[in-house]
Design a protein around this ligand. Sequence first.
Ligand code: SF4
Length: 456
Amino acid sequence: MALAVSSSSLLPAEQLVKLNTTTFQPLDRSRVVSLSLSGKRCVAVKALNAESKRNDAIVTSAATTCAPDVMQKPVEVEDFDKLAKDLENSSPLEIMDKALEKYGNDIAIAFSGAEDVALIEYAHLTGRPYRVFSLDTGRLNPETYKFFDAVEKHYNIRIEYMFPDSVEVQALVRTKGLFSFYEDGHQECCRVRKVRPLRRALKGLRAWITGQRKDQSPGTRSQVPVVQVDPVFEGLDGGSGSLVKWNPVANVAGNDIWNFLRTMDVPVNSLHAQGYVSIGCEPCTRAVLPGQHEREGRWWWEDAKAKECGLHKGNIKEEAVNGNGNGNGTLHTNESVSDIFNSNDIVSLTRPGIENLLKMEGRKDPWMVVLYAPWCQFCQAMEASYVELAEKLAGSGMKVGKFRADGDEKAFAHQELQLGSFPTILLFPKHSSRPIKYSSEKRDVDSLMAFVNALR
Ligand code: SF4
């Protein structure tokens, strides 16, 4: 595993030894900056390739050598809610400085290969040693790999890449193919290629720094604080509360990030010039049009309010993550959950009812049917628009129905009704038994109505 090189670790061997014993003071910023600019990579490379003593979590090596005082300082018990409030109006630079000051080598920047390069620039500007890691999912765009290289050269650092477990990737791809995420949601692939490698990385840290911003995803990131106890992942000491998450640009608007990058002449991913805003894996990222929200460029075939790959899933409720049709279904077939899509204009279909619909060629009326699970938050999110659609279509000749397709019905729905993830919407046209699947992620009334009018 590659390990990070903080700016201060790029030194000849004799300087490293000297610094490690007495002379290096992590807080001496002018010294750190000047050393990093004059340093050579050869010594750092040896350290980077050293075997990890903590398995494959990110392990401090070169950076540790350079900041022993920080490592030895016990982490204080702190009220992070209060700290978040205190820092709410601080600049990203101040927040970054505070984070690096508090955690030294036990904190690292999570770099996605997009505009979160701003975090590296801020860290660089503090003059403190810093570490950067990234998840190489194996599915990134070539442009992103080139960008990683440009960033390493620009800042004279090594990014600590984390890779997925090859056996897990192999099992996923052999079982489900290379593009299973288009069929049953991105969560499983993200879990293998991103979340687990991230978890391993974070197990070697006490804190991490992300580029999350409130304006990135109105549904899931609107409450992002500048610092918080990580609600999902564990850090070096293990257990809940063992990891702190810093979000220095939580309150910064996307435009301001770009102004900052331009002003500082920071290298950027060339995909941005092609219309990409949010950048992830190649098959799951696309350019967006002017006026489109940046998250519409990610997992666009899924529900807009739940586009989190699992890296920041504390932003959304657990049931929303698992509810995307590919989680542990047994968790969610709880009969105590109240039914949804209740309306006089929506027919509740039983298994024989929908089987009948499948057999009816030349039916008199077309049907629209939602395959749903009442516990699924994506289904719940579209309930209002589906009920409104049914009201609008009442008396129009188009019948609107629902079929609960979880639990015992799931296998049947997969096989016969093209169920991928919940909700799946089908239109049974007038003169054909073959249902047509609604493939857009847009589940507002107008979009659904356009689908109906085009095919009824
Ligand atoms: Fe897989 Fe797409 Fe997630 Fe990348 S973003 S890990 S390709 S599902």
